[in-house]
Design a protein around this ligand. Structure first.
Ligand SMILES: O=C1O[C@H](COP(=O)(O)O)[C@@H](O)[C@H](O)[C@H]1O
Length: 224
């Protein structure tokens, strides 16, 4: 379902309501909830707003959809972003697991990330202007492997030639095994990319595989 807003604040409020509803529903059913979040620049305001939400955060397990292979205190680290903007206020009680467990060993970090077994009830996705989502970059040599819906592992090493850092990303198979997908984008340029990606699934715009799938409820939020 597509949700368009003209005010950023209205868009954030609606996203927070939806995330909270999914997490509460999971906690009521199973006693806990799993939330995987993306990084980049876009989610800062959403994280700040979500951190204030009155939820049983001690029952919420938070992890990352993707990560840059940098130390967790590096300015480009998605973990640092989450620790700074989400895991505070009421949400400081959430349990968090990052993806770079060995900053000097990427393969070991991926291996460890793949030991995660919590169910992910909601994955919050962003999108780059090149059509990447998570760290599923169009030009990455590992893309076909990452898009293989039969993959059994949750995370994969991705080495996008044009990105500054190596990545660890959820596979498409793992994203399609979550309970709910929420894609948050803003601005006219990303809107045009989204419209292009909605036409047909193509590895040129990996987000198209999220838009074309029908197995997991998907909500797309946009504001200018
Ligand atoms: O590299 C990344 O990019 C996307 C989009 O980021 P943004 O800065 O344009 O919001 C993000 O969803 C992903 O988690 C991140 O690692």
């Amino acid at each position: 379902m597509q949700h368009d807003f003209y005010e950023q604040q209205d868009c954030l409020d609606s996203m927070v309501d939806q995330i909270a509803a999914v997490l509460i529903n999971a906690i009521e059913r199973t006693g806990r909830a799993g939330l995987a979040v993306s990084g980049g620049r876009s989610p800062v305001h959403l994280f700040q707003r979500l951190s204030l939400e009155d939820l049983p955060w001690e029952n919420v397990y938070v992890t990352l959809v993707d990560e840059r292979f940098v130390a967790p205190d590096h300015p480009d680290s998605n973990e640092l972003l989450v620790r700074t903007h989400l895991l505070k206020n009421r949400a400081r009680r959430a349990q968090f697991t990052g993806l770079v467990s060995h900053p000097d060993d990427l393969a070991l970090s991926v291996q460890e990330a793949n030991h995660q077994s919590h169910k992910i009830d909601l994955a919050l996705l962003g999108m780059g202007e090149d059509g990447h989502t998570a760290s599923l970059f169009p030009d990455a040599p590992e893309l076909a492997q990452a898009l293989d819906t039969r993959a059994s592992h949750r995370y994969i090493h991705v080495s996008p030639p044009l990105a500054a850092q190596q990545r660890i990303s959820m596979t498409l198979a793992a994203l399609l095994a979550t309970g709910h997908l929420l894609l948050a984008i803003s601005g006219p340029r990303k809107r045009r990319v989204l419209e292009q990606a909605a036409l047909q699934p193509t590895p040129r715009l990996p987000v198209s595989y999220i838009l074309s799938q029908t197995g997991v409820p998907l909500d797309v939020y946009w504001h200018p």
